[in-house]
Design a binder for this molecule. Structure first.
Ligand SMILES: Nc1ncnc2c1ncn2[C@@H]1O[C@H](COP(=O)(O)OP(=O)(O)OP(=O)(O)O)[C@@H](O)[C@H]1O
Ligand SMILES: [Mg+2]
Length: 659
């Protein structure tokens, strides 16, 4: 996998290990000096060879690879005062000083690997060479997973130093499970290239996921503007980017298979996404959930103070005994509850029934009326706050559970959804993924879940929300299932410790210095911290279980259209008026649909009825879309109230009010 186009072994050493009593070499760290002019810098990988002066030790001696973590320059001057005296106090004359002082470039390096590994000994005082491709592979222990019958390397970027560069690979078993899993990337906004790096790495994973590990997909939550809305379109790359793709053995092309999901806006017909340009909106599927979907994750809707056993029990009761079953309310009415609207009818029947029953009536089926009211409020709250995602009525439209396809990105656009709705989407999507992966019937063997702005969803402090618990659960147990979390945030310290702590692989883009001063970065040398605080765009520091020290790599721009370029090239369409939006969706289902006929049909119909008919048509995917839609809409008006479902009582048996 790795190109072994090594030039002949580097002939001349560039430095030599030095050790003094004050600065000894240890098994983990050493110092070496170089010429004043050198290509070495912080982050450079070097090879130390024990060669030598001592006969017989040259070949087969100890070899040590290290990464430079700090650098020093000084001369033999005893104190700064000596220089002042030498120049007679005149800085302009300092250069004329008769004796040229000896200078040193001294470097500190952390050991990456030693060979032989046992016994572990101090680094020998040998010659220092710059690393070649093969050295980089060995230093980072990549040889363990790049060769063999089943190579598992995922290119992550190019290690670059002093004119030399070498591809760096991550181990698929440690990035995507089962040995370790998850990735976390942090760094300041705009300069750290977090979102770009994840896009690039996903492309790399799709291209290099080892065949013996099976099929892989990705679910990306778009939480910020148009960020992930154009992953199926090519972005602009420069020559350098293309060269890097080639060097990494990757094709510079956008994702071949991307499916978009977005809820509707509150009008129930226009999609709530920035991917609404005429040419692109056709590929966006609506994400609409009904009562059943919401009820299964109702815990999300109850905040912590709310988590009372009684409300839970009542929700379970609704879920197990009421929804989708024929249910007797105890006041003479029979209900078949499938939608929020049906449930609301049941609630009203209960409240009316209890009221009629007089003073004794404060419990119904062992549930206190206060509990019932509370659950009703929470449920109606979500259907109001996330209207467009949660439909009062009509069928749901969901991700293709059980039919996930290999090498496909499923983008769920929740950027403009109310936070409560976002939580519901996370909770349900991730739980469903987990459920299907446990049963091994998702359609793929592994899924990468990308959550940008992780600090919002798994903050370091704040209440233990359902979403936070779920993200913790993936990071702690997901790797056995093939459920892998890729998270990005500006400040790692603001994300829950166990969520970041469980990420096997960590990447850092340009960092904020205040953040670097927090305890999480104590292991880094001062020079590495400064390098991180000034890291150029497109360069990242990577930590990975096989690498004993952090490594700096450069990666090319992702080959996809950037969100903000996307909205320029494909400006989002203005919201369509209700009728137009309905026509548009029907035409999408069947190009033969004639807009004017649809409009005639819709005249005088209630918008709710039209929405329901549209949803049912979308769900049925009939041969003749217009005829189906017409039948549903016609029937609805003729036979109120809910002809499409059986056994809904036409009248409230308690109040005699029509529903
Ligand atoms: N490898 C690269 N080389 C050069 N420029 C890049 C590279 N990757 C990304 N960029 C550019 O860097 C900019 C910022 O990238 P990106 O949006 O990914 O950052 P971010 O860390 O996600 O920011 P934010 O925190 O605001 O979401 C973009 O304009 C992008 O085009
Ligand atoms: Mg970003």
């Amino acid at each position: 996998m790795i190109e072994r186009r090594d030039p002949a072994p580097p002939p001349t050493p560039i430095g030599r290990v030095v050790a003094t009593e004050q600065k000894p070499a240890t098994p983990h760290q050493f110092h070496f000096w170089t010429a004043n002019e050198t290509s070495i810098g912080i982050g450079a990988i070097v090879r130390v060879e024990e060669t030598g002066e001592e006969p017989g030790k040259g070949e087969g001696g100890r070899v040590v690879w290290g990464v430079v973590t700090d650098g020093f320059a000084y001369s033999d001057l005893a104190t700064p005062l000596h220089d002042v005296v030498g120049a007679e106090g005149d800085p302009a004359r300092a250069d004329e000083s008769p004796t040229v002082r000896q200078e040193i470039r001294l470097w500190t390096a952390a050991v990456l690997r030693q060979q032989p590994e046992e016994p572990l000994q101090p680094v020998p005082l040998g010659r220092v060479h710059v690393a070649t491709d093969a050295d980089v592979a060995q230093a980072l222990r990549m040889d363990a997973y790049l060769g063999g019958a089943e190579p598992r390397g995922i290119p992550v970027g190019l290690y670059t130093s002093g004119g030399l560069e070498a591809p760096v690979y991550l181990d698929a078993d440690f990035l995507l499970g089962p040995e370790a899993a998850h990735l976390n990337i942090s760094g300041v906004s705009g300069l750290a290239t977090k979102t770009s790096a994840v896009e690039f790495l996903l492309g790399s994973i799709f291209e290099h996921f080892p065949p013996h590990k099976g099929r892989i997909g990705a679910v990306c939550f778009n939480v910020k503007g148009p960020d992930l809305c154009f992953l199926d379109h090519a972005g602009s790359l420069d020559e350098e980017d293309r060269r890097r793709y080639e060097r990494l053995g990757l094709e510079a092309k956008p994702f071949a298979k991307v499916r978009y999901y977005a809820p509707f806006k509150s009008d129930g017909v226009n999609l709530n996404t920035l991917r609404t340009h005429r040419e692109l909106v056709g590929a966006v599927e609506p994400l609409v959930w009904g009562l059943r979907e919401v009820l299964d994750y109702a815990e999300v809707l109850l905040n912590r103070d709310d988590i009372d056993a009684k409300a839970d029990a009542f929700i379970d009761f609704l879920s197990d005994r009421v929804v989708d079953k024929s249910f007797d309310d105890g006041f003479g009415g029979t209900h078949r509850v499938a939608t929020f609207a049906d449930l609301e009818r049941l609630f009203r029947a209960i409240f009316d029934g209890l009221e009629l029953a007089g003073g004794r009536g404060d419990t119904w089926r062992t549930h206190h009326i206060a509990t019932i009211r509370k659950v009703r409020n929470r449920l109606s709250n979500i259907s109001t706050r996330a209207k467009g995602l949660v439909a009062d009525d009509g069928p749901s439209s969901d991700l293709p559970w059980g039919r996930f396809e290999d090498r496909t990105v499923y983008v769920v656009d929740v950027a403009n959804v109310d936070p409560l709705g976002q939580d519901l989407v996370f909770a349900r999507v991730v739980s469903k993924l987990r459920e299907h992966l446990e049963r091994r019937d998702l359609g793929v063997d592994a899924v990468v879940v990308f959550v940008d702005e992780l600090n919002k969803y798994a903050p370091a402090d704040g209440p233990e929300t359902y979403v936070k618990k779920m993200l913790l659960d993936i990071s702690e147990r997901g790797r056995y299932l093939g459920l892998v979390l890729f998270g990005a945030e500006q400040f790692r310290s603001q994300v829950h410790r166990r969520v970041v702590g469980n990420a096997g692989t960590m990447m850092f883009g340009r960092m904020d210095s205040d953040e670097l001063a927090t305890p999480g970065y104590q292991v880094l040398s001062p020079a590495t911290k400064i390098k991180l605080a000034t890291l150029p765009i497109g360069e990242l520091m990577v930590r990975h279980p096989h690498f004993t020290q952090p490594i700096f790599v450069r990666f090319p721009r992702p080959a996809v259209l950037r969100g903000r370029d996307g909205v320029e090239r494909f400006p989002p369409a203005a919201d369509l008026p209700f009728e137009e939006a309905v026509v548009r969706q029907l035409v999408k289902l069947d190009a033969r649909v004639r807009p004017n006929l649809v409009k005639d049909l819709m005249a005088d119909r209630r918008e709710d009825d039209v929405r329901r008919a549209l949803a049912l048509t979308r769900q049925a995917r009939p041969q003749d879309v217009f005829a189906h839609f017409k039948k549903l809409l016609g029937a609805r008006v003729a036979a109120a109230p809910v002809p499409v479902r059986a056994s809904v009582p036409p009248l409230n048996p308690i109040s005699d009010e029509p529903y």
